[in-house]
Design a protein around this ligand. Sequence first.
Ligand SMILES: Cc1cc2nc3c(=O)[nH]c(=O)nc-3n(C[C@H](O)[C@H](O)[C@H](O)COP(=O)(O)OP(=O)(O)OC[C@H]3O[C@@H](n4cnc5c(N)ncnc54)[C@H](O)[C@@H]3O)c2cc1C
Length: 431
Amino acid sequence: MDIECDVLIVGTGIAGLYSALNLRDDLNIALISKGDITKTNTYLAQGGIATAKDEHDKPSFIEDTLRAGNYKNDLTAVRVLVDESIENIKKLIELGVDFDKSKDNLLYTREGAHSTNRIVHHKDYTGKEVADSLIEKVLKRKNIKIYKNFYLCDLITQNNRCLGGIFIKESKQLNIFSKFTILATGGIGGLFKNSTNQRILTGDGLSIAVKNNIKLKDIQYIQFHPTAFYESTNERRFLISESVRGEGAHLLNSKGERFVDELLPRDEVSSKIYSEMKKTNSSNVYLSLSHLNSSYIKQRFPKIYSECLKRGIDITKDSIPVAPAQHYFMGGIEVDLYSKTSMENLFAAGEVSCSGVHGENRLASNSLLEGLVFSRRAADYINNLSDKTPLKKVSPKIITDFEMVKRENLKIAIDLIKEKRWDLKDELISY
Ligand SMILES: Cc1cc2nc3c(=O)[nH]c(=O)nc-3n(C[C@H](O)[C@H](O)[C@H](O)COP(=O)(O)OP(=O)(O)OC[C@H]3O[C@@H](n4cnc5c(N)ncnc54)[C@H](O)[C@@H]3O)c2cc1C
């Protein structure tokens, strides 16, 4: 069965949903998710979205982003990110997102390596609030059709031009032809044994890019979050948001001593935790909030409070066992400032893409912001071009062994990470 549309968007996280809502409403859009529409990293985001508070805050936001990224960032992309932050947060509010406020003013929280409080949030489940609001709007748009449980396994291409995607749905092949395609397939956490990410996110966008000779960038830059709840399980590791440290929590070693400035960039805190774990021969360190006001903790971090309680830890009294876990992928499919990839009519936005905005290490809460700013740029670009671009069809390849294609994609992504980061080989799942 073939489907035709103007714009094919693969991914229902912040980048996919927001690009769909920013596309013209006379364009036919196919919006795809691999699992359920809410099985995204976006849905899991806790801390919030970084934004310049006003014009005066912009230079310091730029500097914080560059410093966290060890100055390996693309400065022009960082400027765009910061310059367009305020208007995109306003647009999210117009779309119904309810950020925490005091009277009528947005409440800004702080996270590691930010020199000031500049993170808008909805308690400690910002991602769910954002996703639910955007999904509600998407469902009302007659020009957007959602396809769930569709697995993108390859692109349909001709002479380095993208003509759509090849999908597997319940052991059947489906081809979707489009004028433009936006890959918003998210990160790579599902390739790691220990990750805070949804397990289904296995770097499929990367494998597809490798298969089609699409340019990649900064594959070696993989972020480990310092404070994932420590437990021996094969499941996704529960994250203890950086905003918990931003609000004053202390990191303690097994002797109950502080050993690091909790608000350093993530890579530095993770590295200090690894050294401390080695020094004290322990599998984890602890995060303590017991010196903070307990009713404030419950009201500010309701999700973290209840999730830890389920695991036998009352965060108002007990220290939380934490250890680093894979969390975010700074590298990805190389894109320009309009999210264009090296393949014609193919865009990439969100975690699968690499505009160079994060450098070597992402500043806390800059990911959702990147998803907003650069997916909207892709949409604006497509809005201007769509009428001049014809839909083109060719006969796509026929997939005969679906399981083999899935295994092959997994192998391509894992081999790519191993090639760039041999030191992480034992952290990866096997295929
Ligand atoms: C626990 C946690 C907390 C976080 N907290 C924050 C935070 O507070 N602030 C912040 O800025 N960032 C945070 N992040 C990072 C941020 O949430 C993600 O980087 C961001 O949401 C990625 O959005 P996305 O749209 O690129 O992808 P996602 O939201 O991950 O969505 C990916 C989509 O791609 C689809 N997909 C993937 N492969 C295929 C395929 N082969 N076929 C079809 N569909 C496919 C999936 O079904 C899904 O719909 C957090 C991440 C985690 C894991």
